[in-house]
Design a protein around this ligand. Structure first.
Ligand code: PEP
Ligand code: MN
Length: 263
């Protein structure tokens, strides 16, 4: 079902009224983690002003260490909805537990499946039963074939609204947090009809690289970007080093606007 051969035309997935795929570039932005009401509202307003049309923010955070901040969980989901009420921006947020689908319905416009859960098949099966879009991130050690098979789990359940997200893979290089696999863009576009977006934040782990990787992703044919933006990156509870300040995000959006039409 993800196969281009069965479905020659590009699929456009609509997230809370915002089209992902097609001619225009979509930009989803926001903090790694929702940290509080004031924080998420302030970020939502700033990213909207700069031209983002979807807000991202983690409520359940699958952290590598159990001692790291684990997210505000249900409260985080409610705070995202307050930010949505203030700005109108639809929400994409990560779901980590197949038992949480009901809890998320009505509170999210798009589920995010994180890299660590790309092969959580029980979760994929539950999301296949839902009728809300799913942004599926590529696992950092998974092949494109495995990535597309995970998309297949969701599609075969009857949920046709899948967005593929390349967020960097593990290679021998350690300078960057991961290595952005630019080849994944033309490859996934050839193999599949699904929209493909790039997350330059987790790919690089460095805020100063995000703009250049964003430009590269667009040049290579990506349908959009997911970018981490924080009100105070040095004090972020997660992923501060890769989070853009409002100023950096605004100037990145200007550069993107010069080479592409943004939805
Ligand atoms: C995130 O989007 O904050 C995240 C945890 O991403 P990934 O699953 O790609 O590591
Ligand atoms: Mn993050």
């Amino acid at each position: 079902r993800a196969n281009r051969k069965m479905h020659p035309e590009d699929t456009i997935v609509t997230v809370g009224g915002v089209p992902v795929g097609g001619k225009k570039i979509v930009v989803m932005a926001g903090p790694c983690s929702v940290e509080g009401e004031e924080q998420i509202i302030d970020i939502a307003k700033h990213i909207k002003q700069s031209g983002a049309t979807i807000i991202r923010g983690g409520a359940w955070k699958p952290r590598s260490s159990p001692y790291s901040f684990q997210g505000l969980k249900a409260e985080g989901l409610d705070l995202l909805n307050i930010a949505k009420a203030e700005t109108g921006l639809p929400i994409v947020t990560e779901i980590t537990n197949p038992g949480h689908v009901e809890k998320f319905i009505g509170k999210v416009d798009c589920f995010q499946v994180g890299a660590r859960n790309m092969q959580n098949f029980e979760l994929l099966i539950e999301l296949g039963k839902a009728r809300i879009p799913v942004l599926l991130k590529r696992g950092f050690s998974n092949t494109l074939e495995e990535f597309l098979m995970s998309a297949e789990y969701i599609l075969s359940g009857g949920n046709e609204n899948v967005i593929l997200c390349e967020r960097g893979i593990r290679t021998n290089e350690t300078f960057t947090r991961n290595t952005l696999d630019i080849s994944a863009i033309p490859a996934l576009k050839k193999l599949s009809h699904l929209p493909v977006i790039i997350d330059p934040s987790h790919a690089s782990g460095k805020s100063w690289m995000v703009e250049s990787l964003s430009m590269a992703a667009i040049a290579a044919g990506a349908d959009g970007l997911m970018i981490e933006v924080h009100n105070d990156p040095p004090n972020a509870l997660s992923d501060g080093a890769q989070s853009l300040t409002y100023e950096m995000f605004n100037s990145t959006m200007k550069k993107i606007g010069a080479i592409a039409e943004v939805v």
